[in-house]
Design a protein around this ligand. Structure first.
Ligand code: COI
Length: 374
């Protein structure tokens, strides 16, 4: 059965808000910032500011602020701490070759944030406000955007703040946007990674929250991810919850398969898989390169058989954080197999370059995906 996507209503998409701005009195100095930006890794280096917007049932969205990044104080009864009502997004700002700053398809994240909110019974942040918040933070913290290979990873999130222990949707929420200067997600850069096939755990079931970007999905992946690390793997790969045979996605990334006839395949968006912006962009790029593209289920038995007979030549993971990362080896309790001699495949690299070149302004953008902030 295919599930209908959550209904998101068209109202309020364009509603704007006025931000008050109180810049930090203690910005990180230029030398200290330059040292941090030399090798930021992923998700450890944070900028000087954050954006917050409050929502209450009575007042709707209000109190929009650009302010110093600092700890948030929460009532210990805040609903998020008990029932996990939380959603988030991830997108990047890049320095282009002409020194301007651009975002990549931010309206897609704004839309998905609303869809996630609907699924988690939370208020829908108007897309225009989401985009305003992003622009405000990118402008005030532009000095934190690494040049070269790095980027500014933007992390919008929203959680239930009402102090109430009854189980129902919170009447108060806080939207927060922080930013982190990042290099590559995996330590080895674009080198092929090894994935662990989880036989014990699943990530999402039909009717659940798999298509929403909510913290709970990631919490549910952590034990399996820890198991992957214990077995010397970089990431976990999940199978479907009903039959334990269909490949769904990695801990936080979509997955693609490349075949010897040049075609590519990725699991369909059937309600348990995240609607990845990178996934969608790669499907478009692959089609426009003339590749046959299938959004169809792929079983683990078939993956193994195709890899062993050479019909499957490449596989890769993709996401905002990971960009396009080749998968060279699959390990599980029943053994392991390799893909394409664990080398970095040509179509994987072609797609990665085509995407990154558009994101960084090194190639024309016929799709209108890049949005200049200034
Ligand atoms: C992303 O690619 O933005 C993700 O959400 C993956 C992970 C860092 C949570």
């Amino acid at each position: 059965m295919t599930l209908a996507p959550p209904r998101i209503c068209p109202m309020n998409v364009h509603q704007k808000i006025v931000f008050s701005c109180s810049p930090t009195s203690k910005p990180v100095g230029a030398d200290a910032r330059a040292a941090l930006l030399k090798d930021p890794g992923f998700g450890r280096v944070f900028t000087d500011h954050m954006v917050t917007i409050r929502w209450t049932q009575e007042r709707g969205w209000h109190d929009a602020q650009v302010r110093a990044r600092e700890p948030i104080s929460l009532d210990p009864a805040a609903a998020v701490l008990h029932y996990g009502q939380e959603i988030f997004e991830g997108l990047k700002a890049y320095t282009l070759s002409d020194s301007s700053i651009a975002l990549f398809r931010p309206e897609q994240n704004a839309r998905r944030f609303r869809a996630s909110a609907v699924r988690m019974a939370m208020p829908e942040l108007p897309e225009s406000m989401f985009l305003q918040a992003i622009e405000e933070l990118v402008k005030i913290d532009a000095a934190w955007i690494p040049t070269g290979e790095g980027s500014l990873y933007l992390r919008p999130f929203m959680f239930a703040t009402e102090a109430f222990l009854g189980v129902r949707p919170s009447h108060e929420c806080l939207f927060v946007l922080i930013a982190s200067s990042v290099g590559s997600y995996f330590k080895g850069g674009a080198k092929a990674v090894t994935v662990w096939l989880s036989d014990r755990y699943t990530r999402a079931a039909e009717g659940g929250t798999g298509a929403a970007k909510c913290g709970g999905n990631y919490a549910a992946s952590l034990l399996a991810q820890a198991e992957a690390i214990e077995h010397g793997c970089d990431q976990v790969v999940f199978l479907d919850a009903a039959e334990h045979r269909w490949v769904e996605e990695l801990g936080g990334m979509n997955v693609f398969f490349v075949f010897d006839d040049g075609s590519i395949q990725t699991p369909p968006l059937d309600g348990t898989i995240l609607h990845g912006v990178t996934r969608d962009s790669l499907l478009t790029l692959a089609r426009d390169m003339g590749a046959t593209v299938r959004e169809e289920r792929y079983s683990i038995e078939q993956w193994k058989a195709d890899a062993e007979c050479g019909r499957l030549t490449e596989a890769f993971a993709c996401g905002t954080a990971a960009v396009v990362t080749p998968i060279g080896r699959v390990k599980g309790v029943d053994g392991e197999f390799t893909i394409g001699g664990q080398s970095v495949g040509p179509l994987t690299m072609r797609l990665r370059s085509a995407l990154v070149d558009i994101q960084r302004g090194h190639a024309p953008d016929p799709y209108g995906w890049t949005e200049r902030v200034f």
